[in-house]
Design a protein around this ligand. Structure first.
Ligand SMILES: [Zn+2]
Length: 423
């Protein structure tokens, strides 16, 4: 062992690192940006992962491996076979087991030197403050809007960084919300939740398993850098990934001074009814019927019209005789309308929005090209100053309009994405 490695061993031992730990983290400690001090900070850190699903899996796996001293995992679900293509914390033998149990076993198998604290419950207005208060950083891998607004709000009040991630089909996005560090919160970005009708469920929307893997790892990386205190981070930036084209784009996001939670005069200072806020409670106003009651009605020979709104592949696996398949994904969003033509209207509106988005992008591209062109002209001296000035004023105004339009459209996209996360 050379002198330098020997010093590192001695220093690490002083910091309560065992030789096994030192060997485990040696490639990380060797990085000048991490070093023994960084590793020590990781060991002392407490990170709470909300959800042990598609985002929580990669995030917690890498955080555990990196040596985060205490990892908290909140999840109330059990492992389902359909989770396994993206939720790598769990294996085939874990199907039916509580996700928190399976997560704890897997994380400790990777790194037995850390502490894993599990909470088999849903993060709620009643427990969120107490839970989040006990941790330094929150990695939000939740799959629903009420939990996301709740975790963001509580992080604002408790002054904890909230590392956000969401995925939809082939796309994903990530950011860091921390108003106490000068950035925005989730509400600054999305003041109003999208209508529940606009949020397709996991089964309807689908997701490529790799996408939450990618976003979850970005979330873990943000947490590690924040703890070590090195590098840049996603504060004030929304990173968007399109896995189909493998394009990474980012948008600047700002804190809203009128934000009801992190703004200058906040109107929300304690947890609210998030289900109602996200209008999810409306679903419960529909009268329900139990499976047993339905069975009785069918065996009595009573005429029932039974619609199966699951996806076709689920219908193939098992179905109730005489049920009719109309997948939810094919039903138009506007539930207030009974007009059959409405479906066509919705499709037309969607197509219109898509066309609008594309044309805004084209105009934006055109502008950047023309601005570059005018700069080139200026450099080559082929145009007089006044002409350049006039053109530059024009392009600035054009740029402002294009940017506003672009932001509006991408905002819509982001808004759609925000509501359709899968774990
Ligand atoms: Zn805010």
């Amino acid at each position: 062992m050379n002198q330098m490695a020997k010093d590192t061993v001695e220093d690490a031992l002083e910091m309560n690192f065992s030789t096994a730990e030192l060997q485990r983290y040696s490639r990380q400690i060797n990085l000048s940006q991490v070093g023994k001090e960084g590793q020590c900070r990781l060991k002392e850190a407490r990170v709470l992962c909300i959800g042990a699903g598609g985002l929580g899996s990669p995030a917690s796996l890498y955080l555990a491996a990196a040596g985060i001293g205490t990892l908290g995992i909140v999840d109330q679900d059990t492992v389902d076979l359909s989770n396994l293509h993206r939720q790598l914390l769990h294996g085939t033998n874990d199907v039916g087991r509580e996700k928190t149990d399976s997560a704890r076993a897997r994380l400790l198998a990777i790194n037995p030197t850390i502490v894993v604290e599990t909470y088999t419950t849903r993060l709620s207005a009643g427990n969120a403050v107490e839970l989040i208060r006990n941790y330094d950083i929150v990695v939000d891998g939740s799959d629903n809007l009420p939990t996301r607004y709740l975790s963001s709000d509580v992080c604002v009040w408790e002054r904890k960084p909230n590392i956000y991630g969401s995925v939809h089909q082939f796309e994903g996005q990530a950011s860091l919300f921390a108003p106490h560090l000068g950035g925005p919160c989730y509400r600054c970005l999305f003041p109003e939740p999208p209508p529940p009708e606009a949020i397709p469920s996991c089964a309807e929307a689908g997701v490529l398993g790799v996408v939450p893997g990618l976003i979850g790892i970005i979330q873990a990386m943000e947490a590690i850098k924040l703890i070590i205190g090195t590098g840049g981070n996603l504060l004030g930036r929304l990173l968007h990934v399109d896995a189909l084209t493998l394009r990474f784009r980012e948008f600047n996001i700002r804190r809203d001074p009128n934000c009801p939670v992190c703004g200058e005069s906040p109107s929300i200072t304690e947890p609210i009814d998030y289900e109602q806020f996200c209008n999810h409670s409306n679903a419960s106003t529909v009268r329900g019927i139990s499976a047993t009651k339905l069975q009785e009605m069918i065996s009595r020979g009573q005429e029932v019209a039974l619609l199966d709104v699951r996806e076709p592949f689920e219908f193939e696996i098992a179905r109730i005789p005489k049920s009719r398949l109309i997948p939810l994904g094919t039903i138009p969003f506007d539930r207030n309308s009974t007009d059959r033509n409405n479906r066509r209207d919705v499709q037309e509106r969607r197509a219109q929005r898509a066309r609008h988005r594309i044309s805004a992008r084209r105009r934006f591209r055109k502008f950047t090209q023309s601005r570059r062109w005018s700069r080139r002209l200026a450099r080559r001296g082929r145009s007089d100053d006044a002409q350049i000035l006039r053109r530059s004023e024009r392009t600035h105004e054009q740029a402002r309009r294009c940017r506003a339009e672009f932001a509006r459209n991408t905002g819509l996209l982001a808004c759609a994405l925000s509501g359709v996360t899968l774990r």
